[in-house]
Design a protein around this ligand. Structure first.
Ligand SMILES: *Cc1c(COP(=O)(O)O)cnc(C)c1O
Length: 487
């Protein structure tokens, strides 16, 4: 009787009863060993989720028979759980090798820090600090006082503050200096930087009112002058960053804009995005005027990022006339966007490299920018030789060709540097598939595809990453090109 009832059930119901119980699985050796590694509570939770999912699949008829018998083995389940536990427990984000040649790559984390800055980061993370503490009288001190001796050298006579990022710096400036007032901006500078930083929207969020002047391609001094009035709070100039207007173009020179602003008694605020501290014109990057020169030419306040061309940790700088900066520092919103305590020391050590005149040697972003095509060519050849030593059949897949690296990351759109690229082509295969495997493996390697070839630019590969690049490339190309004997 019972047997007949059993036979009459839909087959998946019988299968459902073959699913093991959590308690019996926990007793199995394979899972018991896992408990020691990932913790009993996570193990139990993942087991429940896994079994629930399996139950769903059995009900839907997607898993049955031999596949089901395999799926319920403790060994199979342990492997599944281990993979799922990795998603939770492994450190992330994971390190990557950036072989794209885009130096300030927003999606890959922008700037890599100098050794001194990275060291300071570790020190700050591990213990107490004299962060806001005066050691002489044992009373409360100022967080930003640690940056004062350095910022005074870089921007003599100017005030400064440093916040969480440049978007916050811009918002704070507009709020502190122009809330409830009008802000005049050229139509050619109402840009979106990416990551949803849109100048018009930040302006609205700050409580200021946008007054657009000129046209997309041309804005003259007269346009600014006509817009000035009793309600004007400030004139804002924005670095167009990742965007360039070419052809019939006119922009108002900064010095003239400064004269107009001074005549009207309103501040000229410049959002300079990348914020280079040194002159990059000798490298062929002309539109990244150094911040100090903007101040000399009459900007009252300049804001810029810490982790673009400056090459430090994520931060937003505000530098300018002391009385204006003081108002910005005292804005109630300043506390909500203050600079992280762990990053503070790394910001300082990055700036120290500039004070010592060592930025092109010590700050990776500038070192990458300054590297010549000849130096990159030597590195590319070295990598090719090392890969070919490990995988002789890879030699004919690797060539070295001319190309360009980019500054990237919302910096100068015309910021290109000639480079030499390691090009990978797979005669009867798929270079894109190799590109995908290089990205997915450990450490991940990101290149770019062009005309069926995978291109790797050593400009953005850190020297200490080169051995790992060689090993992974040799292994992937070995898999892509079997030896004669294997064929
Ligand atoms: C990048 C950029 C920003 C935003 O800076 P974050 O540091 O990313 O917040 C703002 N303005 C300009 C002109 C930029 O280029």
């Amino acid at each position: 009787m019972a047997r007949r009832a059993e036979m009459q059930r839909p087959p998946h119901e019988r299968s459902l009863r073959s699913l093991p119980a959590v308690s019996s699985l926990l007793a199995a050796r394979a899972l018991n060993a896992l408990a020691a590694r990932i913790g009993a509570s996570l193990l139990t939770a993942l087991l429940r989720e896994h079994l629930a999912q399996l139950r769903e699949e059995v009900r839907a008829g997607r898993v049955a028979g031999e596949a089901l018998r395999r799926a319920v083995r403790p060994g199979t389940i342990a492997a599944e759980i281990e993979r799922a536990a990795g998603e939770v427990l492994e450190p992330r984000p994971r390190p990557l090798i950036n072989a794209t040649g885009v130096i300030v790559h927003t999606n890959l984390g922008r700037a890599t820090l100098s050794a001194a800055a990275a060291e300071q980061l570790a020190v700050a993370a591990r213990g107490y600090l004299d962060l806001e503490y005066d050691r002489l009288d044992g009373r409360r001190g100022e967080r930003l006082s640690h940056l004062e001796p350095v910022m005074r050298r870089l921007f003599p006579g100017h005030g400064f503050t440093v916040v969480n990022n440049n978007a916050a710096a811009v918002l704070l400036c507009l709020r502190a200096l122009a809330r409830g007032k009008q802000v005049i901006v050229s139509r050619g500078e109402l840009v979106e930087i990416g990551g949803s930083f849109r100048v018009p929207e930040i302006l609205v969020a700050s409580g200021a009112r946008l007054v657009e002047v000129g046209t997309t391609n041309r804005t003259s001094v007269k346009d600014y002058e006509r817009a000035l009035g009793p309600k004007t709070g400030l004139i804002l100039k924005v670095h167009p960053s990742n965007f360039k207007i070419v052809g019939f173009v006119q922009q108002t020179p900064l010095a003239e804009l400064a004269r107009v602003a001074r005549g009207a008694g309103v501040p000229l605020v410049v959002d300079w995005g990348s914020g280079a501290l040194v002159d990059l014109a000798p490298l062929g990057i002309g539109d990244e005027i150094p911040v100090a020169r903007l101040l000399e030419e009459g900007a009252d306040v300049v804001t810029f990022s810490g982790d673009k061309l400056l090459g430090g940790p994520q931060a937003g700088f505000v530098v300018g006339r002391p009385e204006l900066v003081e108002r910005i520092r005292r804005d109630p919103l300043a506390r909500t966007v203050r600079l992280d305590r762990i990053l503070l020391g790394a910001v300082r050590q990055t700036l120290v490299a500039y004070v010592r005149g060592r930025a092109f040697e010590e700050v990776p972003t500038l070192r990458m920018l300054a590297a010549t095509a000849a130096a990159i060519d030597r590195r590319a050849r070295r990598v090719r030789r090392a890969v070919a030593r490990r995988t002789p059949q890879a030699a004919r897949m690797l060539s070295i060709v001319d190309g360009v690296s980019r500054t990237g990351g919302g910096s100068s759109p015309t910021g290109e540097r000639p480079t030499r690229l390691l090009a990978i082509s797979v005669p009867a295969g798929d270079a894109a598939a190799i590109g995908q495997r290089l990205r997915a493996g450990e450490p991940g390697i990101v290149g770019r595809m062009q005309e069926g070839r995978l291109l790797l630019d050593l400009r953005t590969v850190l020297p200490e990453q080169e051995p790992a690049l060689v090993e992974r490339l040799a292994a992937e190309l070995r898999a892509a090109a079997p030896t004669r004997r294997e064929r």
